[in-house]
Design a protein around this ligand. Sequence first.
Ligand code: ARG
Ligand code: ZN
Length: 885
Amino acid sequence: KEIFLKDYKPTDYAFERVELKFVLDEDRTIVKSIINVVPRSETSNPPLVLDGRDLKLLSVKINGEVVKSNNLSLTSRHLTLSTPPSSPFTLEVDTELHPEKNLSLEGLYKSGGNFCTQCEAEGFRKITFFQDRPDVMAIFTTTIEADKTKYPVLLSNGNLIDHGDLEDGKHFAVWEDPFKKPSYLFALVAGQLESREDTFTTCSGRLVHLRIWTPAQDIPKTAHAMRSLKSAMKWDEDVFGLEYDLDLFNIVAVPDFNMGAMENKSLNIFNSKLVLASPETATDADYSSILGVIGHEYFHNWTGNRVTCRNWFQLSLKEGLTVFRDQEFSSDMGSRPVKRISDVLRLRLSQFAEDAGPMAHPVRPHSYIKMDNFYTVTVYEKGAEVVRMYQTLLGKQGFRKGMDLYFERHDGQAVACEDFFAAMRDANEADMSSFLLWYSQAGTPLLTVTTAYNPDTRCFTLKCRQEIPPTPGQPLKEPMLIPLAVGLLNSKGHDMPLSDVLDGELPLSLTDASGQAVTTAILRVEKAEQEFTFVNIPEKPVASLLRNFSAPVRLLQPDITDDDLLFLLAHDSDEFNRWEAAQIMGRKLMLNLIEQLQQGGKLSVDSAYIEGLRSILCDPLLDKEFVTKAITLPAESELVDLMTVADPDAIHTVRRFLIRAIASSLRKELEYAVEENRSLEPYDPNHSSMARRALKNTALAYLASLDQPEATELALQEYRTATNMTEQFAALVAIAQNPGEARTSALSDFYEQWKHEFLVVNKWLALQAVSDIPNNVENVRQLLDHPAFDIRNPNKVYALIGGFCGSVVNLHAKDGSGYKFLADVVLKLDKLNPQVASRLVTAFSRWRRFDDGRQALAKEQLERIAKVEGLSDNVYEIASKSLVS
Ligand code: ARG
Ligand code: ZN
């Protein structure tokens, strides 16, 4: 059943207080709930409909009296009370459930022998009957009873107000959360856990106890997570003036978790891989994700919990905003340009693809069948870009004023995206009406900009045209407000001062607050076609457009030359655009090579591009991680989206060819980069050490691509001498590019060394799965039976099956073997964990981009999935939408 935004209505009944009691047991858990229900109208008493799934109803009482069965109706999804009282009453519902059998990992389930919960979006209804929606906010008190030996630690939201021993070796704890919250923020954890403890004193002097809970043996691996938490708490005070509001903050790491982590009030629950790290077992990338996600969940305390969503269509209200906040946090902790490049890459690789496919939806979707399917890169990452555009348009201070007003108006409320928009607008008295379309129109705008310089008038003109492609259900679009950041470089490569611009006929001043001319102008592109003229431009400039990726659009510059790009690569003051110049050249080059290949020509590379890379690689003044990003070619999947008919084999051949061409031309420089950037000190996850390792590892991978004995020997030596996982694993990846003896023995050596570390084993699975070795699908099928794999654990599924989907050549193998394999796994997994199964199905979504033969094979598998009897709503929604043309 499809749910629509336009059908939203508030509930007829409010829930004020909720008292929950859990009697946890190995094979049968009892949940008793007592709710203070307040009818919103005193004159009528419409039926009260409670959500509930996979629950056994034991009893229902109203004001202490058992409700007669003729006043109740129970289906597999709802419990309806047909004639509740029209004045406030107490509702008591007792249910029985079986967490030990719950493999969906939503609601109450067991992970690593402990009990834990995941309620967002609609998991609370698997715990007890409830109005399970985010606009029903209540004060929760939770009592937990369990065996004291098996479950010594009992946690829930808020403050511990009572605890003690009971008969028969049992004990109990009572938790009270003083803040009203929706059911999706409820959490409970019970089990054998130890904690790392620390404290944080807030800006107003509140002492907060911080605890990170894991099984005893993992405590040493929580130091980085704790440091990250404390930095996040400080940062939110410094940057947004937001202070933590309770005396206790708990984080629990669990090995079985569908997503990354969850912001439950004062009891965040995390996928272990986003908490646990040691230099020997985690990579720099892991350290960075831990910092970002610990920040993200912590920041939700204000953007998500104190101010939450009125309905699930508004998900981006909290997620887009919180992703923006975690991106800014990570930028401040590391390198801003490098973080921006990573975030834009992710947006372009995943979100642009989503926006161009069958699941395209606006940042605020209009409808859904299963909400879990809308925890997407569009809602999260494009949503974060929408928030970033407010900041670009209003400035940092203006943005902060908007945030302050948002909290002033809406603390304690469940609100909608318009409320955030209105706070930003009102706090700045800004006119930005066409901006709201970013929430309702799907599709990536195409922004085409051509330029002209007139030496007589000293005018430089930008002609802009915006076009938003049709998406499912949205054939026609309106132009939107696009902030276009522009800089103009003079012939020395310096930014020109920009003081005046004409928007059409309208003169605009570009001076900043202190009256100085700016060097980056933020133009407001609002019409389908619009011209901007910079006046007093003494010479023909090279334009640097969409600086820092000022809007989530595809920028086309039909008249930009390779010389312009090389010039920008060498001189642009905007580091993002220096990187972008290299990417544009790389994409153009690869597309040309693909054409050459398809026409049976011999492949050859133009040296200007390689010389551009050489000068970047040899520039000692550049940040080393920036260099790494700049010398990395666009991904195969990016090329898939740029071709009219994607040819995975040609894309792969060309990319490998180009990598080898770069490696042999820049061999000396790359060898030097490996030598120069070996670790001297013990592992440290600070930016400059990470940047050294990144450059060294990228250079090593280039060299090893040559598949020559010397290069392989170098990689093996790096592998053997590595003292941290970042370098050990990178060396293994370098070696594993080429089939052969070295690869086989390194892989088995690595497994032997790390088979007892489940998070490291997942890297080993992923590395093999993503391999481009022909017919790798057979190896992956065999790995399904390897003792290291377990289909019930989402991390292992993402590593092995998700990893396989990352190989464009093998997923889209001409014989359809990749599609068949993926469908087999999806159907098996759907019976256990529909959320994870449906994430895998999204790998099919680009099937129409390929040739007829591949299309037919992919379609056959999608149809096979869609027609299965008893398919979950999750998988059904993605499979059926992927089939609609
Ligand atoms: N709110 C969580 C986060 O972004 C994600 C929860 C996702 N849950 C789900 N069932 N899709 O931090
Ligand atoms: Zn989030």
